[in-house]
Design a protein around this ligand. Structure first.
Ligand code: HEM
Length: 443
């Protein structure tokens, strides 16, 4: 029998005050609440019941075991205004059909061929860098990953569009922060200039994507990229209209570069703060690669680099929160979850749990030896989500992180610019709030 009461959690004096706290600093709000009330908390956001779980088994229940009872829900309705109905935002039959269609293009075997493109773009950047110059690594990594996604998935060099896309992305990421909270109905009533700016940013991105699609239609060469796949699926009568082709393309264009850019940026920062780990990584690069460029086959040999990224995505998971809505009443941790409730979880919050990661703010790649990993519950770490909606680009992301970092760190290290502040900006991804000004040092 489930407990008829709700789990403990913050109570707000007047409706909407919880919402303000959430909007202002969602990560602190959630971390403090978990410390105070435990691993399953409940609060009201407007009229909605919200359950936040920080418990590995319950995370597994929602994302995997009982995934059929949860949808992404209406928080995504407004996201759809921006992203359209692509893989990230669609539900049910449409989602399943599109996922089956797109999966092969991002499958482990298919992405092998992207390795040389990734390395090539890494080389371009590492050769353009100048010793002792100061760069915002956040922008630099966003440009690099955008170029990679443009070339691998769209077979196009998007260097010229990179600046425009970068600005539009910043606007969108900021707007998402408000839209993904479980209170979209309330938000609609607030005068938010950010929403208007976000729609404009979408228009900009739309035009860029549309142009790519039109050009590809004219060129009509069959290649292995995403755009060719989407267009031939459309021609084979698989029921995708122009809008859907564009929405899928837009989804992968955005989801495919913003997250990896953040992972790379935070990793540069962590290495700059941890010279021992940095030296160990340099040693590995020397032993495995010497002076030659990395290849796909090298990836499994770069074991320490994998551990560095695992630890970096623990401390700064690019997708910092995941939310669902319960279709039917259900049970979570012995409590009754009313139909329509929001259930949420955060890789960031659980990745900082002292229970699973003692001294949890300390960067320590050795937490990722197979023995250390075996000591922890699997769902105490889920930077890519899990279950039927697990990140479709997970292998692509790992490959990109490993190959780009190996290529760049062979020749360069970074130092944080003196006095540069570090803060978190939890939007749709976890960006560094003040960017990441770093000084380039030739190795
Ligand atoms: C470090 C990099 C990345 C991280 C941390 C990340 C994280 C995530 C997470 C947590 C989800 C699940 C969200 C949920 O359950 O609500 C997700 C979904 C998704 N990701 Fe990623 N991602 C990364 C890179 C990529 C890349 C490179 C691509 C494309 C090339 C991509 C495309 C997608 C798509 C399309 C979905 C939706 C899948 C679906 O619902 O079926 N991601 N990602």
């Amino acid at each position: 029998m489930s407990n008829p009461k709700f789990p403990p959690g913050p109570k707000f004096l007047f409706p909407g005050s919880g919402l303000i706290k959430l909007l202002r600093d969602p990560i602190s709000f959630l971390m403090k609440s978990v410390t105070k009330y435990g691993d399953l908390i409940h609060f009201k956001a407007g009229p909605r019941h919200v359950f936040f779980t920080n418990h590995p088994e319950q995370i597994k229940d929602i994302l995997v075991t009982h995934q059929k009872n949860f949808i992404k829900g209406e928080a995504l309705e407004r996201t759809k205004q921006l992203l359209g109905e692509g893989l990230l935002t669609s539900e049910g039959e449409l989602h399943l059909k599109q996922r089956r269609l797109i999966q092969p293009i991002l499958h482990r075997q298919n992405i092998e061929r992207y390795a040389s493109i990734m390395v090539e773009y890494g080389v371009r950047i590492r050769e353009a860098w100048r010793n002792a110059s100061i760069l915002d690594m956040s922008q630099e990594m966003a440009r690099l990953t955008l170029l990679v996604v443009g070339k691998t998935l769209f077979n196009r060099d998007v260097d010229q569009e990179a600046k425009e896309v970068g600005e539009a992305m910043t606007t969108l990421v900021n707007a998402f922060r408000m839209m993904l909270l479980p209170i979209s109905d309330l938000l609609e009533k607030l005068p938010l200039p950010g929403i208007h700016k976000a729609l404009k940013a979408r228009e900009t991105l739309d035009k860029i994507i549309q142009k790519m699609i039109e050009e590809r239609r004219k060129e009509r060469h069959d290649s292995w990229d995403l755009l060719s796949l989407l267009l031939s699926a459309q021609e084979n009568g698989e029921g995708m209209n122009d809008q859907q082709v564009r929405d899928e393309a837009m989804t992968l264009f955005l989801a495919g570069h913003e997250t990896t850019a953040n992972a790379l940026t935070w990793t540069w920062y962590l290495l700059s703060q941890n010279p021992q780990a940095e030296a160990k990584l340099h040693q590995e690069l020397k032993e495995v690669l010497g002076d030659r460029l990395p290849t796909y086959e090298d990836m499994e040999k770069l074991k320490y680099l994998y551990m560095v990224f695992s630890e970096s995505m623990r401390l700064y998971p690019p997708a910092w929160a995941i939310g669902r809505r319960a279709i039917d009443e259900c049970e979570l941790g012995g409590y009754r979850v009313p139909r329509g409730s929001i259930v949420a979880m955060s890789p960031f919050v659980i990745h900082h749990s002292e229970k699973y990661y003692p001294d949890s703010w300390r960067f320590d790649p050795m937490r990722w030896t197979p023995e250390a990993q075996a000591q922890r519950p699997k769902f105490a770490y889920f930077p890519f989500g899990a279950g039927g909606r697990v990140c479709i680009g997970e292998h692509f992301a790992w490959m990109e992180e490993i190959l780009l970092m190996a290529t760049l760190a062979q020749k360069w290290k970074m130092r944080l610019a003196p006095g540069h502040p570090i803060g978190l900006q939890p939007g749709i991804t976890l960006r560094p709030k003040y960017g990441m000004k770093m000084i380039l040092e030739k190795r």
